[in-house]
Design a protein around this ligand. Sequence first.
Ligand SMILES: [Zn+2]
Ligand SMILES: [Zn+2]
Length: 121
Amino acid sequence: MCNCNQLESIILGTDESHPFKALDELEWDPERWATLNQCSDCKQLWHIDIAKNNQVGLCVKVNSKEEWLKLDMTQTRVQLMVNNHGGLSFDSCRWKSCDKNCVKGLAFCPIHAYFEMDIKI
Ligand SMILES: [Zn+2]
Ligand SMILES: [Zn+2]
């Protein structure tokens, strides 16, 4: 039996190292460094990043091939970083003229933390 439904919808992993036992690769997208896979057990679709040195690899649950084609991995990466920090706080971002809510435990909003402060995880 697989454990897909116990897994979060975004988890760490790459094509070389992931928690799945039996997957069928359906699609391969070299431009996005990604594959679309289906669990042989429960048929859940998973986006899986192809391992890349300078990047955190992710596996993401998707509902359809169309959804996979539209998946914005930058947004997904920012979301994972926010989730890892426990969400947002009520403080305002310290970046000049940015008043967005901060990521918990950080002095910056998700966008400034991720892109400017280089907090990727
Ligand atoms: Zn499964
Ligand atoms: Zn900000």
